[in-house]
Design a protein around this ligand. Structure first.
Ligand code: ATP
Length: 367
């Protein structure tokens, strides 16, 4: 069973200038056998450190790390039965692709016939058969990336670890490789732990996503769950593009007031907000849940506000409208036929059943 588990795992770095710094603050999670789990979060949030601790390249400060049913705290990286694919591919430039793919197995003193079989299998899976006698410099970025994955595949590891493997590729190739990696996971049936700062990559690849910020896990959930039910403002703002809008609101009975507008709460919402009578809350609504009054199929218009449109961005398949609500800038992602130009005063409809409320102090979702 190739599951990976963290039990209250912490990592502190001691730096002469900064002193003691907590990079990972007591993580708990279980990655199931054959699961594709993505760690995502802004730069410096501790995702690479988490991956390196699974690999054994970084020693954790406290807690337990399990791979399969074994506690691997003191196990050397080479005995953990994992394979890691790095951002920079780490190929040997003077070796052919075949030699690059064989290298790890040769070091493990595997028989020649076995190595040849493994290399040929990996080359077939990744479409590298024609390139085995070439050197890395004779390959495109995407092909090199495949060789790096191939080096992991030949080892038949229990767990694959990917550290931002697509970040050196151009946008088009990145999308293509993303699809290939998803297919590879299905084909290999392997446990994969994947680190990225790109939320789109996380949403498309991960069966579950671990969202991290400042060394702390914010939420672990499937992509749809993260999108529909973010636990706090950080997750709400990080997952989804453009990001969720936040508006300052005040609760009054079964209504909330937002910068001159008044919205009636559903019974469910009124219940959530029953402890907030007369208090401030943050209303969160995604750009795709705001509509212009002239193009709002299926939206009643019961919840509406006046917007002074400041900027319009035409993206072809949709338009982004920007306007202020109180001191906060709000984005609406609307159908391209929605009438909009800078300076227009427009009635915007909110799809109110998609709205979330957050506590302004704790930033946790109120429910
Ligand atoms: P990025 O996306 O930029 O790679 P990350 O989320 O992967 O970010 P980590 O590389 O895990 O972040 O780093 C987490 C924090 O720990 C950062 O603030 C980093 O500066 C710090 N850190 C990482 N390695 C060391 C080290 N060897 N010594 C001191 N601090 C470190």
């Amino acid at each position: 069973m190739a599951r990976v588990e963290f039990r209250n795992v912490r990592k502190q770095f001691t730096d002469e200038k900064k002193g003691t710094f907590t990079a990972v603050a007591g993580s708990d999670f279980v990655i199931n056998d054959k699961e594709f789990v993505v760690f995502v979060g802004p730069s410096g949030c501790g995702k690479t450190t988490s991956l390196r601790m699974i690999a054994g390249l970084e020693r954790h400060s406290s807690g337990d790390i399990l791979i399969g049913d074994r506690i691997v705290n003191d196990l050397h990286p080479k005995d953990r039965d994992i394979a890691m694919v790095f951002q920079d591919y780490a190929l040997y430039p003077h070796m052919t692709i075949r030699e690059n793919l064989s290298f790890g197995l040769k070091n493990l003193k595997k028989p020649k016939a076995y190595i040849e079989q493994k290399v040929n299998e990996a080359a077939a899976i990744l479409g590298l058969e024609e390139m085995l006698e070439r050197k890395p410099r004779e390959l495109s970025g995407g092909q090199r990336q495949r060789v790096a994955v191939g080096r992991a595949i030949v080892r038949d590891p229990q767990v694959f670890l990917f550290d931002e493997p697509l970040s050196n590729l151009d946008a088009k190739l990145r999308v293509q490789m993303r699809v290939e990696l998803g297919e590879l996971h299905k084909r290999l049936g392997a446990t994969i732990v994947y680190v990225t700062h790109d939320q789109v990559e996380a949403m498309t690849l991960g069966q579950r996503i671990v969202v991290m910020n400042k060394g702390v896990i914010q939420q672990i959930a499937s992509p749809t769950e993260l999108y529909a039910n973010p636990q706090n403002m950080f997750v709400a703002g990080f997952i989804g593009s453009p990001a969720m809008n936040f508006m300052d609101a005040t609760v009054a009975g079964n209504k909330v007031h937002v910068a001159g507008a008044e919205f009636t709460l559903s019974d469910k919402m009124a219940k959530w907000l029953s402890g907030y009578e007369g208090k401030s809350v943050v209303l969160g609504i995604r750009p795709e849940h705001l509509f212009g009054d002239d193009y709002a199929p299926g939206i009643s218009g019961e919840h509406q506000m006046q917007a002074d449109i400041q900027v319009v961005e035409h993206l072809g398949s949709e338009n982004l409208l920007y306007f202020h609500v109180g001191s906060r800038m709000v984005t609406a992602k609307v159908h391209p036929e929605t009438k909009a130009y800078s300076g227009l005063r427009k009635t915007m409809y909110l799809q109110f059943d998609k709205v979330h409320f957050f506590d302004p102090q704790t930033e946790q979702r109120i429910e």
